[in-house]
Design a protein around this ligand. Structure first.
Ligand code: LLP
Length: 434
């Protein structure tokens, strides 16, 4: 059982059969805050921030680590990450307002998105965000209109045509993508020319994001020379001075035991080497390197806790164990076929048992969190812990079936701090007009 512990935050322990995180007994946290509950381990979050900054800067000193808020953000988390020295990748006016409210430095914000609205761009310019990552010609035209005498630093998002070997829903760097300027049909060069002539835009660099999660180094190693080929050509033809290269995010986390994620150092080594080597070969000055980890900062730090309710045994077919959350707080199994491990938090030392499927409580047959997992015979009231639940669960959560989004606690040294309360029925009706 305890081999699963490596998927949990580094402070996770099993003591007297109980899972604890950050020095707090998981079952006790559930009694205090109710279930479903998302627990984030502060030490693990800080370890990941320091890991990315340390491993990359050791190999490529001018690296900027920008957290992709889409993985999960709220004010307390933003303040913690800003305190660790991270900048922010935001993709909406909503994410922008949250990180600004948390005190993030505007100049360290990168604004992404394939269809930023006029209002969002105006807000970004007005608040002085550091970079806008321009995705298309419509956006360049909007920037021209909105600049009002300002000059905005911009990166161009490119689609380098590289397959990252991940789920097709989370593949972005291939030619057939809604994101970015394509390298193959001359659009990217057109964008460089346009930006070069513009008074509103100061083109400082190039960006690409291949997809997520990426378990291999090869997609990065292939994409970097392709994009730097383009940078060299643009230098020659249009005088582009590449000050910044953003290689996006996509760093994997271990969700299940049989698919371990590479260590941060492996990504850092591959990416730093590829950038340095490609620059040397093309006689380009080394640009600042921007990385945008999302999942890998928060994924392992977060644990989802659920209470078991109904258990339905269909002899010879399957046993469904239903919990009090599911696809409304974690759509990933239903949407991507994502796999998770599960641990019985209040009987963590017990072996054996039966093969069951963990079902959510929402009105869809596809609302299954974990298929066919061997667990000790479960009873109502048992607490199930899903590791690696920190990324893309809460940020993709919905109020399906008018359910309440779960609370979030941050644990550290035996203390738990509520950083987001559970929604209430009043919250559900807050925007209604009658
Ligand atoms: N930068 C850009 C431009 C991105 O589009 C993304 C993710 C990231 C950085 C961060 O990628 P990460 O380091 O978190 O892998 N909902 C999906 C993942 C969608 C990723 C979207 N873009 C999932 O649950 O697996």
């Amino acid at each position: 059982m305890s081999d699963k512990l490596i998927l949990f935050p580094e402070t996770a322990r099993i003591e007297r059969g109980h899972l604890s995180i950050g020095g707090r007994d998981a079952a006790e946290l559930c009694r205090e805050f109710g279930t479903p509950l998302y627990v984030f381990d502060e030490a693990m979050l800080r370890t990941q921030c320091r890991g990315f900054i340390g491993e990359f800067r050791q190999r490529y000193p001018d690296t900027r680590v920008v957290y992709a808020c889409k993985a999960f953000i709220n004010r307390a988390l933003a303040a913690l990450l800003a305190g660790e020295g991270l900048g922010f990748d935001v993709v909406s006016g909503g994410e922008l307002s949250i990180v600004l409210a948390a005190g993030a430095a505007p100049e360290r914000i990168y604004f992404h998105g394939n269809n930023k609205s006029r209002e969002e761009l105006a807000a970004a310019l007005g608040r002085g965000v550091g970079r806008i990552v321009a995705d298309n010609f419509h956006e360049l035209a909007l920037l021209e209109e909105l600049a009002a005498g300002r000059r905005q630093k911009v990166l161009l998002r490119l689609t380098p045509g590289i397959d990252p070997h991940t789920h097709k829903f989370t593949t972005t760097g291939i030619v057939d993508s809604k994101f970015g300027f394509s390298l193959v049909d001359g659009q990217a060069e057109e964008a460089v020319k346009l930006a070069g002539r513009s008074r509103a835009v100061e083109l400082v660099g190039l960006h690409f994001h291949l997809g997520s999660p990426i378990f291999e180094m090869e997609p990065y190693e292939k994409a970097i020379p392709v994009v730097l080929d383009f940078a060299a050509a643009m230098k020659e033809r249009h005088g582009l001075a590449l000050q910044e290269l953003s290689i996006g995010g996509g760093f994997a986390v271990s969700y299940v035991l049989d698919r371990p994620a590479p260590p941060i150092a492996a990504y850092a080594e591959a990416i730093a080497t590829a950038v340095r080597e490609a620059c040397r070969q093309r006689r380009l000055a080394g640009p600042a390197l921007v990385i945008e980890p999302g999942r890998s900062i928060v994924g392992r730090a977060g644990v989802a806790l659920y209470s078991v309710g109904a258990v339905k045994r269909i002899p010879g077919v399957r046993t469904y164990v239903s919990v009090d959350g599911g696809m409304a707080d974690n759509i990933r199994p239903a949407l991507y076929g994502a796999k998770y491990e599960v641990l019985v938090a209040n009987r963590a030392g017990e072996e054996g048992g039966e093969v069951v499927s963990i079902a959510g409580k929402f009105c869809e047959s596809g609302d299954i969190l974990v298929q066919d997992v061997r667990l000790p015979a479960l009873r109502a009231g048992d607490i199930l812990a899903l590791p690696a639940a920190g990324a893309y669960c809460l940020s993709m959560a919905s109020n399906y079936n008018s359910s309440l989004k779960p609370p979030v606690v941050l644990v550290k040294d035996g203390q738990a701090r509520l950083i987001r309360r559970r929604e209430s029925y009043d919250d559900l009706m807050r925007c209604d007009e009658v």
